[in-house]
Ligand binder design. Structure first.
Ligand SMILES: Nc1ncnc2c1ncn2[C@@H]1O[C@H](COP(=O)(O)OP(=O)(O)OP(=O)(O)O)[C@@H](O)[C@H]1O
Ligand SMILES: [Mg+2]
Ligand SMILES: [Zn+2]
Length: 599
């Protein structure tokens, strides 16, 4: 489907009132517009798909609405300017992609030359510059000159996911607004609204699953709805959603944690096998378990439950029961083990399935776990009169991994962080920067910054933490052949894991199989996945990741292979053969294999 026809584009909010969430930005911009003297330079930053371009286009409509005698926070929606903003042919609102044009000095000069002229039909000539962090230093200096003394009709809006990469001298000339990752309720609201207007029948549970998978991106949420409604023929239920996403049902998480809490390793292990034999992505399953245990941990620390968790009341009661049954030490230990396993998967190419099994084994049987933290968990369990599973008779712990570092304090809950409302700024004066929020994991719940954004401290105070995965620079790192792509595949997946989790989800078990004529063929585990990945948005993300990691510009084709591949062959094999480990654990826990149809 073309970008223009995609669901998220057709349902792009056209006014501040249409926007869901981001009230802090809508309010502050509304006030600035009411003041009658809006700034001439803006910076919109925020993670992917959080509404930067959308907000920029709304601001352009506000500045230029022809039904109003001056800038207005409520554009009419039917004048030429309102209707044609956002379409490439409207001369008074130009969108430039700094990733492809206006990046280099000569292109920037050329562009700056054209914007010197008065607008054609409107009050302002608005330029929206996307991916602004890609502007080269030379080009940025040329832009700076214009920003220092802009012609009175010019408004420049820079959009970026990397505000800290914009020269401070430029940043200080711009009012900076930070778009936040929307929480679950906001995403579900957007999904409901779009589903209703498109006549897509969908259960609440299904939308909830999509919203969770979208990980704070409006665009990803709508992209997933688009795909799944096509896949499921206009009727979406939670089974479709789970299947498409490879996610684990919440009920399964409850059961798994119950079993582990009861020390029933064999049961936990079997449930895990059963689940992972279904259409479930082990890496997603692991993320699901982390989220679940984080809520348990928060309850243990006395946190109140929050709407964002999106649990039904009876589920909250179950969660609380698990919080009571498990010791603090056990839960912190579990989160610690999982965090460690995630790092090993990301950087060491470890097999997620194996890692999950190990975590389940160690949690159910603290005795298997040789580190002091596990001993603490056992003691806590004994003190509380809970069964602290006795060490099994025979073999030594199977864990082929180094002892992880001591447990970190429980991670703050990014979705649970109370949003700090932006203070109402007095009209005509730039709003004061709000107090920085406590840095949540990922640091993306940033607040709005504007007024005098020049100070480094302010920006640093809200700048998202640098991403964890190291990414190779975009220069060719080797030949564009399949061997090289295989070697780099883990890095490509890693990058997608960070930047495009839904795309990454479809690539579980994928591997590059051919490079010819500028086309990289990637084999994936099912025709459904190949079909999904063939959509422009996914294909584009994979292409970008391949370019970033390998430095090669390749078109990507997806083919469905016969057998699911556990991991790219380029990654080091897990230290122990999966079958052998399975047998070992089976003997250890007395698990009975049913049907013998494990793959
Ligand atoms: N506040 C919002 N309320 C409802 N829908 C929104 C909102 N913000 C964005 N969207 C939806 O998400 C889509 C993507 O938003 P947009 O293109 O503005 O994101 P972006 O931050 O510019 O992303 P990128 O970083 O990839 O450029 C929009 O087309 C729209 O459908
Ligand atoms: Mg954008
Ligand atoms: Zn208008």
């Amino acid at each position: 489907m073309s970008e223009a026809g995609s669901l998220y584009n057709r349902h792009r909010p056209a006014t501040f009132a249409d926007m869901v969430g981001q009230d802090h930005v809508a309010r502050a911009l509304g006030n600035a517009l009411r003041s009658g003297r809006p700034a001439q330079g803006f910076l919109f930053s925020g993670p992917r798909g959080t509404g930067k371009t959308t907000t920029a286009r709304i601001l352009a409509r506000c500045l230029n609405c022809q039904s109003s005698p001056g800038p207005t926070p409520e554009p009419c929606g039917h004048c030429d300017s309102c209707l044609r903003t956002g379409h490439g042919d409207w001369l008074d609102v130009v969108e430039v992609d700094a990733a492809s044009s206006a990046r280099r000095i000569d292109e920037m000069r050329e562009w700056l030359e054209t914007v010197r002229y008065a607008p054609v039909a409107c009050r302002y000539r608005v330029t929206i510059m996307d991916e602004a962090h890609q502007i080269t230093d030379d080009a940025a200096s040329a832009l700076l000159k214009t920003l220092e003394e802009p012609p009175p009709h010019l408004v420049v809006i820079l959009c970026t996911t990397h505000p800290w990469d914009i020269l401070p001298t430029i940043r200080s000339r711009l009012q900076h607004y930070v778009l936040r990752k929307p929480g679950l309720p906001a995403l579900v609201r957007v999904l409901e609204r779009v589903a209703r207007s498109e006549g897509i029948e969908s259960s609440e549970a299904a939308l909830d699953i999509l919203a969770r998978a979208a990980d704070g991106s409006y665009r990803d949420a709508l992209g997933l709805l688009d795909q799944i409604s096509t896949y499921a023929g206009g009727r979406v239920d939670s089974a479709d959603a789970l299947e498409l996403l490879g996610a684990v049902a919440r009920e399964t998480m409850f059961e798994l944690v119950d079993l582990m809490a009861a020390g029933e390793a064999a049961g936990a292990f079997e449930l895990l096998q059963e689940t992972l034999d279904g259409p479930v992505d082990p890496a997603q399953a692991m993320r699901g378990l982390v989220t679940h245990l984080r809520y348990v941990c928060l309850l243990q620390q006395g946190a109140r439950t929050r709407d964002e968790w999106a649990f039904a009341p009876e589920e909250i009661a179950r969660l609380q029961a698990q919080a009571n049954q498990l010791s603090d030490a056990q839960v912190v230990r579990a989160l610690d083990l999982l965090a460690d396993a995630q790092v090993r998967i990301r950087h060491g190419g470890a097999d997620p399935r194996l890692q999950l099994e190990l975590v389940a084994a160690r949690l159910s049987r603290p005795a298997l776990d040789p580190v002091p933290a596990a001993l603490e968990a056992r003691i806590a369990a004994l003190e509380a009169g809970r069964p602290a599973a006795a060490p099994p008779p025979a073999p030594a712990p199977p864990a082929p991994v180094a002892a992880p570092p001591p447990p970190p304090p429980p991670a703050p809950d990014p979705v649970a962080a109370e949003p700090v409302p932006a203070p109402e700024p007095p009209p005509a004066a730039p709003p004061a920067p709000p107090a920085p929020e406590p840095e949540a994991a990922g640091g993306e719940d940033d607040d709005m910054l504007d007024g005098d954004p020049g100070s480094e401290e302010e920006l640093d105070a809200v700048a998202p933490a640098p991403p964890p995965a190291p990414v190779a620079p975009p220069v060719p790192t080797g030949p564009a052949d399949v061997e090289h792509m295989e070697r780099l595949w883990t890095q490509v997946l890693e990058l997608l894991e960070r930047d495009a989790p839904p795309t990454r989800g479809f690539l579980d078990g994928s591997r590059p199989t051919r490079v010819a004529g500028g086309i990289l063929e990637v084999t994936v585990t099912s025709p459904m996945r190949a079909g999904m990945l063939g959509r422009p948005e996914h294909r584009e993300r994979v292409r970008t990741a391949v370019r970033t990691v390998s430095g090669h510009e390749l078109t990507i084709d997806f083919e469905a292979g016969d057998a699911p591949l556990e991991q790219a062959p380029a990654t080091p094999p897990p230290p122990k053969d999966h079958e052998a480990l399975f047998d070992e654990l089976k003997t250890m826990f007395g698990a009975v294999e049913e049907g013998g149809d494990r793959t």
